[in-house]
Write a protein that binds this ligand. Structure first.
Ligand code: F0G
Length: 453
């Protein structure tokens, strides 16, 4: 092995290759499927001594939180025994990502009947989304290999993260985004961090198609989540969650589903932790999609996840407006291996759930709120029981898409026929801003009115 100790295995035909054999589109030359990173020293048959020692690792990872080195202060790289992907740690490009908060959701616990309900807030990362955990790893690999340019197609968060990490490394970045279909906060980040930002007159899936040709013709390193090194970093929130519960995994983890890399990465982490004896059990991992962007949900309903029919995606949760998800086969496997489910939720259910998470003082972007909307459905269906410990994975910060939030509270977001039976709940959560004269009396009148509401 000429690298750090990892190889790549095709998730379709199981062919194993070295890093240097990876093609520029990260697809298997034999069957076209995606690769995953594997660590030969962890597999049965190799000397047990080469497997990381579980209790030593758990101690070391915690201990590193008190260290002053850049790698140890990163909530991704402090778990580096689980991600041997670099030859030289000096190539790490970090913004001190990870180590995100796990909040207990008290009000929502009451309304859902799930007493032990938590939110792992990946929106509290340096660029405001879960993408940073995977960007630090894959961009560090690009840096180590010696690329000058990195590129991605994005619904906004990947591009924000990529642009920031590329800038930190002194690299250039090319962003392809669907014109008019991403939140302003995310577009502004790509510009602020100095990316070459191209808005294509198409959707996300169209941007992916264009970029897959560009990477064949130009020396740019692809940082979409087909890149298996992204998923290695995106494993680490699972380690943090397990660590927060003293290495007892929760019963259920609920994740939004777009391109389906995140659910795949978290599943990989929990499977690896169990394999290495770091944890004893697997959580059920469930994936929630928006009704208008539900190719995985439809695939599982119609043919048990055997094939996937791409859809034309429509949802106001623009981060997950994806009709042809790249990692769908990996996600199907994770749902099946962990015993989780896939659900779909409506636009009104997403908007209400987002307002409820906001009312906890936490907030998140619309795509993250599908987790709470999905949990409510799983509870109704009896698939999540009141005594279980449940973690919602919140993927993006509330400030990413403030237009959505303001439209909701003004009552401009949803059309009447979308609200259906949810009008009373929605009305209770709306907090529109009130315009007044600069008058003490008017302010006091509003205050009195609000006190009795
Ligand atoms: N939540 C947010 C906030 C996202 O930005 C994304 C994906 C997802 C959930 C879905 O995660 O794709 O791993 O299933 N955003 C990508 C982007 C596609 O370009 O920023 P997934």
């Amino acid at each position: 092995m000429e690298n750090s100790g990892h190889q790549l295995r095709c998730t379709g035909c199981a062919r194993v290759i070295e890093q240097s054999e990876l093609k520029e589109n990260f697809r298997c030359a034999e069957c076209g499927d995606l690769y995953e990173v594997v660590y030969p020293s962890w597999s049965a048959g190799m000397a047990e001594i080469r497997k990381p020692n579980a209790s030593a690792m758990r101690w070391l990872w915690k201990e590193r939180c008190c260290s002053n080195t850049e790698a140890d202060q990163s909530g991704v790289w402090r778990f580096r025994e689980m991600l041997h992907i670099l030859r030289d740690e000096a190539n790490i490009v970090s913004l001190r990502e990870g180590n995100t908060p796990l909040y207990q959701l008290r009000k929502t616990a009451e309304s859902t009947g799930i007493e032990q309900l938590f939110a792992k807030h990946q929106g509290m990362n340096p660029t405001g989304s879960f993408k940073d955990a995977g960007m630090t790893t894959a961009l560090s690999v690009a840096h180590e290999i010696g690329f000058d340019w990195v590129a991605c197609a994005s619904t906004g968060n990947t591009s924000a993260a990529m642009a920031a990490y590329a800038a930190r490394a002194g690299m250039r970045s090319l962003v392809l985004i669907p014109q008019g279909k991403i939140a302003w906060g995310k577009l502004s980040q790509a510009m602020d961090y100095g990316a070459l930002t191209l808005q294509l007159r198409t959707d996300f899936d169209g941007c992916v198609r264009v970029l897959s040709e560009v990477v064949k013709r130009a020396p740019v390193y692809l940082l979409n989540s087909v890149n298996p090194y992204r998923l290695e970093g995106q494993k680490t929130p699972a380690l943090e969650i397990a660590e927060s519960f003293d290495w007892e995994v929760p019963d259920h983890l609920i994740v939004p589903g777009g391109n389906l890399a995140n659910s795949s990465a978290l599943g990989k982490a929990f499977l690896e932790m169990k394999h290495l004896g770091i944890t004893a059990k697997l959580p059920k991992i469930s994936v929630i999609q928006a009704e208008g962007a539900n190719p995985l949900y439809s695939s599982l309903q119609e043919n048990g996840g055997e094939t996937l029919q791409a859809v034309e995606a429509h949802t106001r949760a623009s981060a997950i407006r994806i009709g042809n998800p790249a990692s769908w086969k990996k996600a199907v496997r994770v749902i099946q291996q962990t015993g989780g489910w896939c659900e779909q939720v409506s636009e009104a259910e997403i908007a209400l759930a987002k307002a409820e998470i906001g009312a906890e003082g936490i907030g998140c972007e619309p795509a993250s709120a599908v987790t709470l909307a999905g949990l409510k459905k799983l509870v109704q269906q009896g698939r999540v029981q009141s005594g279980e410990r449940v973690v919602l994975l919140l993927t993006g910060h509330t400030l990413k898409d403030s237009d959505y939030t303001i439209a909701y509270h003004r009552g401009d977001l949803l059309k009447a026929d979308e609200i259906n039976g949810l009008r009373p709940e929605i009305e209770v959560t709306r907090r529109n801003a009130v315009e007044l004269d600069a008058s003490v009396d008017q302010v006091l009148r509003e205050l009195e009115g609000a006190a009795v509401r």
